[in-house]
Write a new protein. Structure first.
Length: 149
């Protein structure tokens, strides 16, 4: 992983930590366009009582609107493999590249992303893995709710 990807993933990790500090689920995301982070977010389902505010959705919402051409130059960073909903958002906006902190805890829609031509970069980041292991051990019911189980 190059320095730009490290910076994007580090921003997502910072967001995951912020979510945990707020009493939420420690999953974070960042959106980078042309080498600049234009959006950051974290899972806010608990904090906002939301059914859709996964980290990637929060990140896209907070980034605001961009022309379609901008999304086609973007990289989406996420600390955890994106679920089907977040996978769909990345596909809808034509985001061509997704950097995933870890996919051992949860394997989302990566096969669909690859099938649709999205470049996936698996970081296998130990910080991301440990955050999720610790959270799942402490809050298994909340984790199961977040992934729809």
């Amino acid at each position: 992983m190059d320095a730009l990807d490290r910076a994007g993933l580090d921003a997502a990790i910072d967001e995951a930590r912020a979510g945990l500090a707020e009493g939420g689920i420690p999953i974070g995301s960042a959106l980078m366009i042309d080498g600049e982070i234009v959006g950051r977010g974290h899972n806010r389902r608990v904090q906002e009582g939301s059914v859709v505010l996964h980290a990637e959705m929060d990140c896209l919402e907070r980034a605001g609107r961009f022309p379609a051409a901008a999304y086609r130059r973007a990289t989406l960073y996420t600390t955890l493999s994106p679920c089907d909903m977040c996978t769909g958002a990345a596909l809808l906006y034509g985001i061509p590249r997704v950097v995933i902190g870890e996919n051992e805890t949860f394997l989302g829609g990566e096969a669909l992303l690859e099938f649709r031509g999205v470049e996936l970069v698996g970081a296998e980041d130990e910080t991301c893995k440990q955050m999720m292991r610790d959270f799942i051990a402490a809050e298994p019911e909340l984790w199961n709710e977040d992934i729809g189980e």
